[in-house]
Structure formats: C-alpha cells, structure tokens
Design a protein around this ligand. Structure first.
Ligand code: GDP
Length: 430
C-alpha cells in the first residue's frame, strides 16, 4: 500500500509530524522531490530535529528511508544531517539513494546566490540552496546522476564540458571566479565515496516491496501553491509538489498510490515573495507567529520569520483538489485557542465579484480576502484524544472548514508530538 503525505498550501503545514507519525506503521519512507531548501521540524523522544534532506522516517529502526530520483541531492548536507541525528543518539538509519537521483553541485549553490544578487530587489527570495539552478540543469540535460559518479571516463568528459559552459556565465554575466575542472572532479570523487554504500536501483526495490505488500510513504515537500505548474508561478519551487509527481519522483506506478493525505494548517503561513490573499500584518500577525507551530513560525532552514494569515478556504480547496486528496490532516489547531473570534477567508473579491475558485497568479495579485468570523473556543485543546471531547466551537471550526474545502478532515493534530492526533470519521465521501 502506497500513501502520500503532501501539503495543501505554501508548505510548513506540519507534514513532517504527520509523516513521522505514520512512519510508525510504514516499512519504507521516500522523498520524491525538492532538496535541502525546505525542512520539516520533528519533535520526538530523541529531541527536536530539522530535517532537510532525510525522510521523516529516519527515527525508526524498522523503516528504510529513501532519497528518490526526483530529489535534488546535496550529498554534503545529507551526510551532515545523518551525523547530526546520530550524534544526538538516533541509531544509524537504513538509507538508500536512487542511482537516478541527481546531485546538487557546489556551483548550483553559487549560481543561486549570484542570480539573487543580480536580480536585486526583484529576486525570488530563494533559500540559496542551489535548487533552481539544479533543476534548470537537470532539464537542460547537463545534470549529474548519482550513477554517473561511477563512470570515470564519462565523468571527466562531462565535468570539462559543463565547466566550459558555466565559466562563460561566471565570467561574463556574474563577474565571478571560474570553476576549476580538476578541483570539481576531486569533489565528485569525494561524493562518490560517500554515497557508494547507499546507491540502489530504487524503482526495482519499490516494485518488489509493493508486491510483498509493504507500506510505503511518499513524503512531499512544500505544498500545492509552490508547484511550478499549479502554484503561484513564478513564486514557486522548481519541482512538482503534487502527489501525482510522487509516482515519477519515486519510480512507482501512479495507480499504486491509494491514499493521499493532504496536510492543511488551521491558519496560513508562507515564506518568500508572492501573492498571499489572507495575509495579516502588524500585532495581529506577530502574535500568531509567536504562538504558531512549536515555538514560533520561523523557517526550518533559513529561520526567516514566516508571513502569517488566516485559514484560506479558496487556496486550501484548490490545494486539496490538485493533490487528489483522500484525507485531510488538519494541523496546529491548538495554537488558535487564544482567539475570541477566528477570521476565515471564505472567498476572494476580484473586480467587484466574489470568487471561490483559486485564480491564476496575475488575477490573484488583485484579490482581496472575504473574511467570515467564527467564535473561538478560548482554551487549551492539547491532550484531548477524542473528537467529541473537543470544545463545541472548535468542532464547529473544523466542520465549517471541511464543508468549504470539500475534502474529509480525518485527522486533527493538536500538538507537535506523535501522539497529539485525533482521528475522526467524516461525513464526506473520499
Ligand atoms: P512541514 O515542512 O510541513 O513539515 O512543516 P514544519 O516543520 O515547518 O512545521 C510545522 C511546525 O509545527 C513544526 O515546528 C512542528 O513541530 C509543529 N507542529 C506540527 N503539528 C503541530 C500541531 O498540531 N500543533 C503545534 N502546536 N505544532 C505543531
């Protein structure tokens, strides 16, 4: 059985916690897209961890953690992360890296920074992890696959060819130092030796696992609105964040994905630039940011303060639809307990009309939020285990949002820990 855990919105919905929780009953957890530019924060018995490259299953000894072919693999960061968790007492996880996975090169990270510098005020707010230059090169067919590290002839020729090209840009566009091909080849030899014990034909491994009835979790990064096709282009990430891409980025048949768990946060947050219709500012935003998540809404990778907003039914309905949601996991609900009234964005006003279908970016920029206020519950809901035991106004908030987005909320997360979860039967059909 293959399940996907993906985000409905701009990322940071709490996917890490939900994957970590579901990983308890999984055999294999696989990352299928993105790189070390975003991160999950996970709180468990070992402590609090920010994972950027490793799948969230690494804390269990019974699981195999896989870096799929769709991922932008930064080998140095991967190994630093493994060291980080093992230094903190986590047993060495079983890790496999797809032989078809491509590698983030040192120059990708540099080009990312140089391009942001060149764009100045018009920059995309990149995390400068090399992700956009990496995916550009992948599709321009000048990327380096893990398998290629093991073919010395090919590697030498390709390093030279790619350096010739990159050095023209470095010299004439960015006015920066050139790459030395010999030095780059050395670095790649180092990567080869580091990654060698983990390299695997992942699609063959997964094919066998599916036939043996293993439980496989596909772990997404960011959310629908950061998808390059269906998100707020161009303020998006460079690989697809959709469950559908899970099949491609892991190497599985699409029809094997039986459950798509879309994670939705009980309020909104976003990082980077781009339209964010339900955004709030000033003291209202500061208070939600400080109370949000587990210790404040700050980026797991960059520690940048996140932009804050109320729950957006328009964006979330769209986000769930594009994922092909079978289940919504509604997270971080406990944070809202301080509010007397909770505004919810139920529509967008565009050119004098109210719309509830998420528009293309150029129209989105002109949208204003239509807010409806729901009564708050004014108490702590952490520790509650049963849906019926939640305060009435809290259940009303959940049911109101479920009706507006049109997808069944079957899990409610009321705290950062694995055990902070309430399962619920929904009246909505999957
Ligand atoms: P991800 O990238 O989607 O995994 O999201 P993040 O790691 O950025 O975000 C979620 C943050 O919220 C982390 O600090 C989690 O520990 C925390 N978190 C997750 N679920 C809950 C919850 O239900 N309640 C609270 N208070 N924090 C949560």
């Amino acid at each position: 059985m293959v399940k996907a855990v993906v985000g409905a919105n701009w990322g940071d919905e709490g996917k890490g916690k939900i994957t970590d929780m579901l990983a308890e009953k999984a055999d294999i957890i696989i990352r299928f897209q993105g790189g070390a530019n975003a991160g999950h924060t996970i709180v468990n018995n070992y402590g609090k961890f920010a994972l950027h490259t490793l799948p969230s299953g690494v804390f269990y000894s019974h699981t195999t953690s896989i870096i799929g072919n769709g991922v932008a693999l930064d080998i140095t960061k991967l190994f630093n992360e493994i060291k980080d968790i093992t230094d903190q007492g986590v047993p060495m996880p079983k890790i496999l890296v797809s032989d078809r996975c491509q590698i983030v090169m040192p120059y990708h990270v540099l080009f990312d920074a140089y391009e942001e510098e060149r764009l100045g005020g018009k920059s995309f707010g990149s995390t400068k992890s090399g992700i956009a230059p990496f995916y550009s090169d992948k599709y321009a067919k000048i990327g380096f696959q893990v398998s290629e590290l093991f073919d010395e002839e090919l590697l030498k020729e390709k390093v030279k060819r790619v350096c010739d090209l990159k050095n023209v840009l470095l010299e004439h566009l960015y006015h920066k130092p050139a790459i030395d091909p010999a030095e780059l080849l050395e670095t790649l030899h180092g990567y080869r030796d580091m990654v060698a014990p983990y390299v695997c034909d992942v699609s063959a491994f997964l094919d066998k696992a599916v036939k043996e009835g293993k439980t496989i979790l596909l772990e997404g990064q960011l959310g629908t609105l950061k998808d390059p096709d269906h998100g707020i282009y161009p303020m998006v990430t460079s690989s697809s964040t959709l469950a559908g891409y899970g099949a491609v980025g892991a190497g599985l048949p699409p029809y094997e994905i039986k459950q798509i768990i879309t994670v939705c946060k009980a309020y909104s947050s976003a990082v980077g630039a781009g339209a964010f219709v339900s955004e709030i500012f000033g003291d209202e935003a500061n208070e939600l940011r400080e109370r949000g998540g587990d210790g404040g809404e700050y980026g797991a990778t960059t520690h940048r303060p996140r932009r804050m907003g109320w729950f957006d039914c328009v964006a979330s309905k769209y986000g769930c639809r594009l994922q092909g949601t079978t289940d919504v996991a509604f997270t971080v609900l406990d944070v809202l307990g301080y509010l007397d009234e909770i505004p919810v964005c139920v529509g967008y006003e565009l050119d004098g009309k109210v719309i509830t279908d998420f528009p293309v970016t150029s129209k989105l920029e002109k949208c204003k939020p239509v807010l409806e206020k729901l009564p708050g519950w004014k108490c702590e809901i952490r520790g509650i285990k049963k849906y019926e035991d939640l305060p009435e106004n809290c259940r009303k908030y959940i049911e109101f949002i479920e009706e507006r987005i049109g997808y069944p909320i079957t899990m409610i997360s009321n705290g950062p820990g694995r055990e902070d979860i309430i399962y619920r039967e929904s009246v909505l059909k999957r």
